[in-house]
Design a protein around this ligand. Structure first.
Ligand code: PGA
Length: 306
């Protein structure tokens, strides 16, 4: 128990002395005076309860206790070395976790980014939560994740919102809709059309409503649906037109089941953002993902489907 009083400083000095077997050289290496070094060694020896070195003629030798302390000190520093390597690895990209929460519409592209990132860093374990806007804001408030992907930063919270990719919103109609063949359609002509809208609170819905308001167009809302896939099915089924993120169409744009209308003002230009609380200290993994998605997103910005 008495060894608890031993300090790392003393052990470090003793290691130097044991290596050089010379007070002056050890003191030089440690940038201290031989007198100060000698005091530390005496204290260490006092704590151990035995002399650690002896002088025979001009030469200095370690005693048996000195050799034991030397081996023990090497172990201690070796352990500290391994501890700092473990911590570095934990904080680095070789291991670690990434918790990402995304808004529903981001599920069309976020898994691709995450998959490619994890391939580059196989030691990272990632979790992806898909939620609606209210749920995401709640998670953000509770600091449950590293990063969030949304189409619009929550106004009521202090966050960093880094745009990383375009989010063009397009207007789709059933393929056989009369407007499908027209070009540069005036927004006013939408006034008589029925629309399938996303649920209140959806960023897509909000952007569509702003567009109609700006052009003084009162559309008929035929149906409100809480998922992009359901909205697409309703459009294909002939129930009305809809405004959707172009990202939701990437897999079935070529199917010919619906048409993207060439309405003046479309595609609506929006952005995708990576968001996190402004006071949050991002882990190295989260920082690396943020960097990755910002670089990749810029090169992948989607061209609107026509
Ligand atoms: P969504 O899309 O809320 O319509 O799912 C995200 C956004 O555009 O903000």
């Amino acid at each position: 128990m008495f060894l608890r009083r031993v300090t790392l400083h003393q052990l470090k000095i003793f290691l130097s002395l044991a290596r050089h077997l010379n007070m002056t050289r050890a003191a030089e290496e440690l940038h201290m005076t031989p007198a100060a070094l000698s005091i530390q060694i005496k204290q260490l020896s006092g704590t151990v309860g035995a002399p650690l070195h002896e002088q025979i003629g001009k030469r200095l030798f370690l005693t048996e206790a000195g050799r034991l302390v030397y081996a023990g000190a090497l172990d201690v520093f070796d352990r500290l070395e391994r501890l700092s390597a473990d911590l570095a690895a934990d904080q680095g990209l070789e291991r670690g976790n990434l918790k990402l929460s995304i808004i529903t519409t981001a599920q069309y592209f976020a898994p691709h980014f995450l998959g490619a990132f994890c391939k580059r860093h196989p030691g990272i374990e990632a979790t992806l939560e898909i939620a609606n806007r209210d749920q995401l804001i709640e998670r953000l408030k509770q600091n449950l994740d590293d990063l969030y992907i949304m189409g619009q930063a929550p106004e009521q919270l202090s966050v960093i919102a880094q745009p990383f990719m375009e989010n063009p919103l397009v207007l789709i109609a059933p393929a056989d809709h009369p407007l499908a063949l027209e070009r540069d359609i005036a927004p006013e002509r939408l006034a008589d059309e029925s629309f399938i809208m996303r649920e209140p609170g959806s960023g897509t819905r909000l952007a569509a409503e702003r567009f109609f308001e700006k052009h003084g167009v009162q559309v008929k809302v035929r149906m409100t649906l809480g998922s992009n896939e359901a909205v697409k099915q309703a459009v294909v089924g002939g129930l009305g037109l809809a405004v959707l993120s172009g990202h939701t169409l990437t897999l079935d744009a070529a199917s010919g089941a619906f048409a993207v209308l060439d309405v003046h003002g479309f595609p609506l230009r929006r952005q995708w953002y990576v968001i996190y609380p402004s006071t949050k200290r991002l882990s190295p993994v989260a920082q690396a993902f943020l960097h990755y998605i910002t670089e990749e997103g810029a090169s992948r910005s989607l061209s609107p489907v026509h």
